[in-house]
Each structure stands twice: as structure tokens, then as C-alpha cells.
Ligand binder design. Structure first.
Ligand code: SF4
Length: 364
């Protein structure tokens, strides 16, 4: 078995640490680019959402490099995500690609026994001891948590840094460094060193930058290519940003779901605006807007793939949040045809409006 994962932000680092620890052959996908998306679009149904096309493009590239099994996550409620594993398998078969899939889903959806069976389908390929396998998993989770924490810290530091671009530069160097390492312990050590460097970045606490909460569909949140690198664009403009959805958050949510202890703060925050489940992460989008307002953020940018049903519902609910909580919202729908210039113009106009509002100290 040669395993791979679709490109999915920092989750790829966690997967690499896990596969290295298990000593199983793997292919880690390259960063997404227009060619990957084009390849995915060519084989996917036209009406399916962008994350599926990106995933297909990424899988096809990895299969060309020898991968024969894909590790992916399963459904997140009543939206098209539930079709991804079956549809991709069907398409791969029609393309005569001999690629299998291991679909990791919530125990509440497939049962704890089935989940364990699927995990064993992966770990069973490793000749390492039980202890080494547990260690590989622990290292992978630790690396994920550190990588997410460093990225979150850098995005806040970008608003206060004295040397413009220092936080972004550190983040890039850190990414380059950790992806070339092949031992979990070395990756963790490198990430801790990056965290120390991040803390050492000189900042000016008297600055009052615009603070943006990023919310939206999970793939658009986690995979930078799918949001046209919005976090880097905000860092370049000296804006602080924060997002709720990270791979680490998703894993924690998945683990706590069977106990009903997941996302308690989120359920409370969005209860008034969106009490029912509509699929995807619409509730998280709404809740993040409400919570961020209370935390002093100046506005929300919602990002989602064009045609994403849960986020279209969230968008209409966000109008009420804007009205009642006084939280300005910019909604951006993205597909493979989205032009970067128009996208940046809309972001800049929104930031200008928030900046002016901050100066006036006025309500929305
Ligand atoms: S959440 Fe939206 S983009 Fe993601 S699979 Fe569902 S409909 Fe598609």
C-alpha cells in the first residue's frame, strides 16, 4: 500500500508525521495550483463544489506518483460532502485508476467498531510495534496542534509587528523546515523552535489594527489555495485575523461528538440565529461571528465555495447577526473561475470601511 491524503492545509503535515512514524510508504500532495484544479474539474461533475474538484485533482496527481490508497474523512451532515467518498471512487474506477479509500468518519455515524476496523486497515500496514504506532499517532496530533497554534499566533502578531512581514516570513520558513523532516520528534522540536521565534517577534502593543474573524466552509478555511490565500493577504495589510476551524478543532469536535460534549460554546452562540442543523459548518460560521464580536473583532469575512448550500443559509443568517450584533460581514463565494483582482478589491473595500469606522468610533 502507498497511502496519500488530499491536500488539506496543516492536516497534510499531521498525515506526513503519522506515515513517517508508521514507516509506511506515502505520497504527500504538492501545494494546490491551477493545474491541479483543472485536472479535478476535467473529471468531476460540473455542478459539484470546488473542494471535490480540488480533492480529485490532488488524488490524480498523487496516483501518478504511485499512491494506491487515499485516506479521507467522511460526511459532515446533510450536504454534498456525504457523496464525496462514493463519487470519487466511482470516478477513479471509470478512469481505470486502481485507487482504494479509507474513509474516517465520526463513530456516531459509522460506529466505534467500524471506525477501529478502518484505522486498522491503515495501521495494519505498519510493521512497527503497538507502542511505536501509538507514538506515531501522538506525534502527529502534537505536530498538528503546534502547527495550528503557530499559524494562529502569527496571524495575530501580523497586526502588531514592528518589522513588517516578520510573522509571515517566519510562518513560511517554518513550513519549509518541517516538511523536509522525516522524524516526528524532529518535527515537534522544529515547531517548538518556530513557536519560540514567533514569541520573540517584536510587536507594538499600542497599535490598534483591524481584526477580522474568518468563517465559512471547512475546506475554504483550512486549505489556503481554496480561499486564495486570504490569511496571507490580511497579514500583508497589517490586519489581525482569527479562524475557528482548523484540522485540530475538527478532530476534537469529532472525538467529543458521541458524548454530546462537542462545540458547546458554538451551540450556545448560534442557538438564537440558527437552531437547526443544515449541514456543513454553517452553525460554526454563525457562532464564530457572534463570539468574535464579543471578543472585540471588527468584522467577519465569510468564505465558501460557490453553490455551497450550508454556507448560503449561513450567509442569510449572518445578515441578522450583522443587524442585531452590529458585526459587519463580507461574504465571498469562490469557484475555479474567481479572479484574484476582483477578490482583493472587495477585501480592501471592506477593510477600508472597517478602518474608517474604527477611526470614527461609530456603530455599523
Ligand atoms: S459544505 Fe458546501 S462545499 Fe463542502 S461539501 Fe457541503 S456543499 Fe460542498
Amino acid at each position: 500500500m502507498v497511502i496519500t491524503v488530499p491536500r488539506f492545509g496543516t492536516a497534510c503535515l499531521a498525515a506526513k508525521v503519522l506515515f513517517d512514524g508508521l514507516r509506511i510508504p506515502y505520497v504527500i500532495p504538492e501545494k494546490l495550483n491551477n493545474e491541479t484544479i483543472k485536472a479535478g474539474c476535467l473529471v468531476s461533475p460540473e455542478e459539484i463544489c470546488l473542494p471535490f474538484k480540488a480533492m480529485m485533482g490532488s488524488i490524480l496527481e498523487c496516483s501518478e506518483k504511485g499512491a494506491d490508497t487515499v485516506l479521507i474523512t467522511g460526511s459532515c451532515g446533510p450536504c454534498r460532502f456525504g457523496e464525496y467518498p462514493e463519487l470519487s471512487q466511482k470516478l477513479l474506477k471509470s478512469l481505470k485508476k486502481d485507487v482504494g479509500m479509507i474513509v474516517i468518519d465520526s463513530p456516531s455515524a459509522i460506529g466505534a467498531r467500524e471506525l477501529l476496523r478502518r484505522i486498522r486497515a491503515l495501521t495494519g500496514q505498519s510493521g512497527r510495534s503497538g507502542f511505536a504506532k501509538v507514538r506515531a499517532l501522538a506525534d502527529s496530533l502534537r505536530a498538528l496542534s503546534l502547527a495550528d497554534g503557530i499559524a494562529a499566533g502569527a496571524r495575530i502578531a501580523a497586526g502588531y509587528e514592528i518589522e513588517k512581514g516578520a510573522a509571515k516570513k517566519l510562518l513560511r520558513e517554518c513550513e519549509k523546515e518541517v516538511f523536509r523532516l522525516t522524524e516526528g520528534a524532529a518535527v515537534i522540536k522544529a515547531l517548538k523552535s518556530c513557536r519560540r521565534k514567533l514569541r520573540a517577534i517584536k510587536t507594538d502593543p499600542s497599535k490598534d489594527p483591524v481584526k477580522i474573524a474568518l468563517a465559512g466552509e471547512i475546506y475554504s478555511m483550512i486549505e489556503p489555495f481554496a480561499n486564495l490565500y486570504i490569511e496571507e493577504k490580511l497579514m500583508d495589510r497589517g490586519v489581525c485575523s482569527k479562524r475557528l476551524i482548523t484540522p485540530g478543532w475538527w478532530l476534537k469536535d469529532l472525538a467529543l461528538k458521541p458524548l454530546g460534549l462537542n462545540s458547546l460554546k458554538i451551540k450556545r452562540a448560534c442557538g438564537k440565529y440558527l437552531p437547526s442543523r443544515v449541514g456543513g459548518h454553517a452553525k460554526e460560521t454563525v457562532a464564530h461571528a457572534v463570539i468574535s464580536r464579543k471578543e472585540g473583532f471588527d468584522g467577519v469575512i465569510q468564505i465558501y465555495p460557490l453553490g455551497c448550500m450550508p454556507e448560503i443559509i449561513a450567509k442569510s443568517v449572518l445578515s441578522a447577526v450583522q443587524e442585531e450584533e452590529g458585526m459587519p460581514v463580507l461574504s465571498l463565494a469562490i469557484d475555479e473561475m474567481t479572479g484574484e483582482a476582483g477578490y482583493e478589491t472587495r477585501i480592501d473595500a471592506f477593510l477600508d470601511m472597517l478602518e474608517a469606522k474604527k477611526k470614527r468610533g461609530a456603530g455599523f
